[in-house]
Design a protein around this ligand. Sequence first.
Ligand SMILES: [Zn+2]
Length: 521
Amino acid sequence: MSSHRAGAPRPPPTSDILIRDISHLATQNDDLGEIANAGIFIRGNVIEWVGKMSKLPSELSEHADIVINGEGHVFLPGLVNTHAHMFQALNRCMAQDQQLHGWLKTLYPVWAQHTSTSVFVSTLVSMAELLLSGCTTSSDHLYMYPNDVKLDDTIRAARAVGLRFHPVRGGMSAGMSRGGIAPDSVVEQEADILQDMERCITEFHDGSRLSMLRMSLGPASQKTVTNELMISAARLARKYPGVRLHTHLAENQEDIEYTERLYGYRFGPYISAVEWDQCDCWFAHCVKLNESERALFSERRIGVAHCPSSNTRLASGIAPVRAMLDQGVNVGLGVDGACSSDAQSLLAEARLALLLQRAGGDPRGLGVREALRMATRGGATNLGRQGELGQVAPGFAADVVGFKVTDKLAFAGTAADPVAALLLCAPDAGPVNWSIIDGHVVVREGVLLAADGNRWVREVLVARDAVGEAATGSGAMVAEAAATTEEVDAEVFDMAALLAAAERHSRSLVAGVSEAALGRR
Ligand SMILES: [Zn+2]
């Protein structure tokens, strides 16, 4: 039953792909570097050959089932997103002038209205936006489970669009009556959280090489769970190879005050006390990590998901990324909640990361290639996939993206460095022209394809809006939806249907929220 609800894994690719005549290929591989006039040969779901077109073996050139013309393009490894809350995509532009805690308190009652269907729609919105801006692998931290919401809803969305997925089964257990910041009505029992965490691992986690889905566990934050849950989650994750741990840490000054008031110490002793000080952990934000905490992260190989748009939108501060890199900390990027950054583009995050490290007066604060590395290899390392993702090199996963730079005004005059143009010239270089994930073409000439032939449309149309109504409908409703589905192109993702569903669910989520709570100014 639940596996049906989560959709089915996509069958392996049956076509080999040659991308030829790529104008600029930034492999992110130390040996291969950047290659002009390059080619990539993909066999099944693996990159088999990378190099100058003039060196392409003739048997590969003759063997390809699909040939993509890379002229005028910059190709990169698919971007890796290591922090997101895709259930928030239907509530953008709310609580506009709040800091983190006030923002959360405004939005908890809105998110409490979520159903299985609205989470599915919201997650699809986030994923479509990420895919079209060059992301091929994403984590997603779902930490609220109101009504009939399950992690399965987000997995179904990933399978519908073909995204490589690292879902994080989050959770909140300590409501206001236990010193937390969330209303008691939106928290779960710790035993229930742990039981569902283990269900998700046994049902969905695939620890094999080039896996399309790996699980992580992530109690929401120290402000919403007990230390006991953090410890139990860590011990549970470590029973299963490849399952990782992820949550928020040191996001702003309020976090420092909260931690010191509650425990009498800072973040370093806290993560050690809850057994989250190991190399299978990565933390979002880390804006307020001090030098000794950064040293601990470096020594233990703990990762950081830097989320500059969210950090600036919520006035949290500027993470000390230069210092982290200099101390040897692995830094990846995250778009964070779709309503604290209000956009889901990793290139936009990389650009802002670069600008923020220079804002204090250091023109070498962060380089273009350092920022691109964070968006690719840094992210892969955060997810424990440094030997599989984040590089275009033989043996790596067939996850590559191509941005056309010769047909956009924003990129005119960039002959000196078209790779740098992706960050320096435009806040968002999208839509990506080509995206290949696991050897499947997911975006073709700027158009998002439907990995499962738009079967998800049935789900959207059958589902009812009202909280508490069944997420799957009667036979008659299914038949009606199926008839509608036949009218859409089975191959092209039905964006119009998604936007209509997003509009409908966005309105229903905020229907009961007062003007004052919305925080418009
Ligand atoms: Zn977050």
